[in-house]
Design a protein around this ligand. Structure first.
Ligand SMILES: Cc1cc2nc3c(=O)[nH]c(=O)nc-3n(C[C@H](O)[C@H](O)[C@H](O)COP(=O)(O)O)c2cc1C
Length: 157
């Protein structure tokens, strides 16, 4: 039996809701990627040049994460979810990816956004992913979009 894992970061709840549907459809265990210091509303106000999210982005900051995935090596397929921030994955996803050895794993990225597509997200994230592994899918889901077909294609591959 192969084991599936769904991990996600969500600042405002959209990706959390999508992650739940993907985890249910794939029979995944779930890990929420939470920053050690939670984001407040003003922290994620990207319209303020001095807000935390803008400082982290510009400073290419590593984001300390609360806890870690138990038994990470036992999973074959890992769904990794996040909101699109600045046309890519948030820095906390870079930090998360860097913490693990991805050798032998199949990675499927999923995201929510305010309208941006997946764009160059995969290429930007790839340098942070250690080990011989494959990113087999990457998709931004519209609000309420069905996940079952996408998940079925990944799980049965
Ligand atoms: C700091 C920040 C940057 C964002 N950058 C983008 C972007 O480049 N393109 C886009 O379509 N939406 C962008 N958004 C909107 C989020 O991707 C969107 O609201 C997402 O669904 C939020 O997910 P969450 O509720 O799981 O946090 C940004 C939001 C924040 C807070």
């Amino acid at each position: 039996m192969t084991k599936n894992l769904t991990v996600y970061f969500s600042a405002e709840g959209n990706t959390a809701a999508l992650a739940k549907r993907i985890a249910d459809a794939s029979g995944s265990d779930v890990f929420e990627i939470r920053p050690e210091i939670p984001y407040t509303k003003s922290d994620i106000n990207w319209k303020n040049p001095l807000s935390r999210c803008n400082k982290e982005k510009i400073g290419k900051k590593d984001i300390p994460i609360a806890g870690s995935v138990e038994g990470f090596e036992s999973y074959t397929t890992v769904f990794v979810g996040f909101p699109i921030w600045y046309y890519g994955a948030p820095n906390i996803i870079n930090s998360f990816m860097q913490q693990y050895d991805w050798t032998g794993k199949r990675i499927a990225l999923f995201a929510t956004s305010g309208g941006s597509d997946i764009g160059k997200t995969v290429g930007k994230l790839r340098p942070y992913v250690k080990g011989d592994c494959r990113i087999i899918a990457a998709k931004v889901f519209a609000s309420g979009e069905d996940v079952s077909e996408w998940v079925a294609g990944i799980v049965k591959d």
